[in-house]
Design a protein around this ligand. Structure first.
Ligand SMILES: [Zn+2]
Length: 229
């Protein structure tokens, strides 16, 4: 049956998400060149990331997988994940990131993975929450269960552009409610989001978990170096 798949490849060539080159049969979504050149975040930069939250909330560990530079072709990965109905891209990236994190003992002591919830309205419009798929990928690698029943986002926050640091924090205050506080008490929660910019939204969610007596670590697929966004 090999000739059938060869024929399909010929008629419907698949293209690399990042550079657009035709993929060979053993490449999936990304060509080897783009895979090798992934803008990975180094360990030291993740230590910097932990500092982002210092003085605001107590975070156990924080990690991002990729740099998010304005104009980078790799941003297409996140664009597909968020806006083009390709949640599978989230699973794939999370599995890749998860394998690296596992080696660094990042999942040690984590009890539950919680994807950052979207507001009901936004989820309805998009049809899915991209963070659910990132959580799924991490869960596949780590064996840690995912929970989507504990936290609700009661409103979407307005755009953070042109806001001062203080305004941004105020803007996200109380946008999450915990429906199941007893499930979080005494637990170590890994909160998961797609892109980290100012960190204000995810910190607001983390703070709701901490108030219930839980501990929080944070993972995002990408870390934007444009903190003004
Ligand atoms: Zn490529």
């Amino acid at each position: 049956m090999k000739w059938i798949s060869d024929l399909i490849e010929l008629i419907f060539p698949r293209h690399c998400i990042v550079c657009g080159e035709v993929l060979s049969k053993n490449e999936e979504d990304l060509c080897l060149n783009c895979l090798i050149a992934l803008p990975l975040i180094e360990k030291e930069q993740n230590e910097e990331l932990e500092k982002t939250f210092r003085g605001i909330i107590q975070v156990e560990k924080a990690a991002s997988y990729l740099h998010y530079h304005k104009g980078s072709p790799y941003n297409r990965l996140l664009h597909l994940l968020k806006y083009k109905n390709r949640p599978d891209v989230g699973v794939r990236l999370a599995i890749m990131a998860g394998n690296e994190l596992k080696e660094k003992d990042f999942f040690k002591d984590v009890d539950l993975i919680i994807p950052l919830p979207l507001s009901k309205k936004k989820q309805r419009m998009r049809g899915y929450n991209q963070c659910d798929y990132i959580a799924q990928g991490l869960s596949q690698v780590s064996g840690i269960p995912v929970d989507t029943s504990c936290i609700t986002r009661t409103r979407a926050n307005e755009t953070q552009t042109h806001k001062t640091r203080e305004e941004r924090w105020k803007n996200v205050e109380g946008i999450f409610t915990v429906d199941n506080p007893q499930k979080l008490a005494g637990k170590h929660i890994l909160l998961v989001d797609d892109v980290l910019t100012t960190g204000a939204t995810i910190a607001s969610c983390a703070s709701a978990i901490i108030k219930c007596g839980g501990k929080v670590s944070i993972f995002t697929i990408a870390h934007s170096d444009n903190t003004h966004r």
